[in-house]
Design a protein around this ligand. Structure first.
Ligand SMILES: C=C(O[C@@H]1C=C(C(=O)O)C=C[C@H]1O)C(=O)O
Length: 179
């Protein structure tokens, strides 16, 4: 379920602030600005890639999400949570928040289990804001992992806050450093 429960906000920091603690191997993943979907498919090799839709609905963003999107607290938005899986093993948990005023009916529910990135990166003049990171546990999922990141994509009046948690399963399957 999409969680909007109480709990402290993660301590999001600019990517560069995490540099000394982040290994070069992880930097190549966390700092990448192209499609994570494409990178996961490539890194997965023979493994089958799949987006597992966990939930998507109208809901109230968390405080840190609303602040990042410039939304008044309590304003409804479109919430989508997925697991990006290789051979049914979740490697990334993602939660996206879309303000309704930018949707003009482009409800993302038509996406289903197609990757948000497969649509986003086809949009002309797509802009991606700065990437922020945290080593705090993601408030929207109980899974654990070394890093989580977030950034805002904009395309005309559409905007979406995309948050991605890289999981320990990905660390193990790709033989990445613990941080
Ligand atoms: C933004 C991208 O889309 C990915 C797919 C998502 C989805 O289907 O909900 C969410 C976040 C991303 O990990 C990407 O591929 O870079």
């Amino acid at each position: 379920m999409v969680s909007n429960g109480p709990g402290s906000d993660p301590r999001w920091r600019p990517l560069t602030a995490a540099r000394p603690a982040m290994s070069p191997e992880w930097w190549r993943w966390v700092a990448s600005r192209d499609s994570l979907t494409t990178r996961l498919v490539d890194a997965g090799g023979h493994r089958d890639f799949r987006v597992r839709l966990l939930d998507q609905r109208l809901g109230r963003p968390r405080r840190d999400e609303a602040l990042t999107l410039g939304l008044p607290l309590g304003r409804l938005a479109w919430l989508r949570e997925v697991a990006l899986c290789l051979d049914e093993q979740p490697w990334v948990m993602a939660r996206s928040v879309v303000p309704l005023d930018g949707l003009h009916g482009q409800r993302l529910d038509h996406l289903g289990e197609r990757s948000l990135g497969s649509w986003l990166f086809r949009q002309p003049d797509l802009l991606r804001g700065p990437i922020e990171v945290t080593a705090d546990p993601p408030p929207f999922h109980a899974s654990s992992g070394p890093w989580a990141r977030r950034s805002v994509f904009r395309h005309r009046r559409f905007s979406v806050l995309v948050q991605e948690c890289f999981l320990d399963t990905m660390t193990d399957d790709l033989g990445l450093p613990s941080r």
